[in-house]
Design a protein around this ligand. Structure first.
Ligand SMILES: *[C@@H]1O[C@H](CO)[C@@H](O)[C@H](O)[C@H]1NC(C)=O
Length: 292
């Protein structure tokens, strides 16, 4: 008894010490490539106060209507489709009700000043056909880098689309230097896995780390050097469908849900300069950056 109480006290002490350390990142965040980032948005959708509390802290839930001339239905982003789901965040495109628009889900960062960084998501993809699940930076249609999952693909559980927009050439063909359609053989995106975008000047690296159906660990990485965005941006997650036969297919006949456990964004921004950062770090005693 005494032993287990002592052990418990030690565990609590260790946990609170690591929390204190985790919070003191005045000298930024150093990633495994050695890049240092000045700021972070860490959204743990499994936290005790709930997924929506993590959403409200840093994100805006989209409620806009998007007319879709090329689709068979329009998109109505709906706040009810961003919801607490199985100890995580659910993003849902609802079963189509023939109303003319599909109820879809989108969250975007309150901040639109993110410029370069490493962006990570731990999630499960939707398995109901007819939707797109996206994880991306965005400010305009030609300043955008995307990871997209298409649930209508027969091998949707291991195929993804990495695109630095525009992903098409002026003649409408896919631009193979800007858009890569990647199959990660053996991956199972319907189990939780980590998807990542590293945005650097001149190169976007897209990567995945997860497990196969049989539990083996799988990693994959693809770099795109064309159309790398250069402009301060937002970060967005969404699940949508417009029923077009070329891309999203659908609309879905059942609710299609992406399940997101966490999104961690480590980045530089135009609002917190290198000089201000370096002053803040010096004031904190030039401590080591936090490892991420
Ligand atoms: C991000 O900020 C850090 C610290 O100011 C700086 O050293 C680094 O070069 C910046 N990275 C990019 C890609 O701008």
């Amino acid at each position: 008894m005494a032993f287990s109480t002592t052990l418990k006290a030690l565990v609590i002490l260790a946990a609170s010490a690591s929390q204190v350390l985790a919070q003191n990142c005045a000298c930024g965040y150093k990633d495994n490539s050695g890049h240092v980032w000045r700021e972070a948005i860490v959204s743990d959708f499994t936290q005790a106060s709930g997924a929506l509390a993590a959403v409200n802290a840093n994100w805006i839930v989209a409620t806009d209507f998007e007319n879709q001339p090329t689709g068979t239905a329009n998109i109505q982003y709906t706040s009810a489709n961003v919801f607490q789901f199985q100890d995580a965040l659910g993003l849902k495109a609802s079963a189509y009700d023939n109303s003319g628009s599909v109820k879809c889900a989108e969250i975007f960062t309150k901040r639109a000043d993110i410029q370069y960084g490493t962006f990570r998501m731990r999630a499960q993809v939707p398995s109901v056909p007819g939707v797109v699940f996206g994880f991306f930076t965005y400010i305009t249609d030609s300043q955008e880098q995307d990871i997209e999952f298409l649930s209508s693909d027969p091998d949707y559980y291991q195929r993804l689309y990495y695109t630095n927009q525009p992903g098409q050439l002026p003649n409408g063909d896919v631009d193979p230097n800007a858009a890569k359609n990647v199959v990660i053989s053996g991956a199972d995106f319907t189990t939780f896995g980590n998807h990542r975008i590293d945005w650097l000047p001149g190169a976007t690296t897209y990567s995945y780390a997860g497990t196969s159906g049989s539990g083996a660990s799988i990693t994959s990485s693809t770099t795109i050097s064309k159309n790398v965005p250069t402009t301060p941006s937002e970060f967005i997650l969404n699940v949508w469908s417009n029923g077009d036969q070329r891309f999203s297919k659908g609309p879905p006949t059942r609710d299609a849900i992406a399940t997101v456990q966490s999104v961690n964004l480590y980045f530089n921004s135009t609002s917190f300069s290198a000089t201000s950062f370096s002053n803040a770090c010096r004031a904190a005693g030039n401590i080591a950056p936090c490892s991420v």
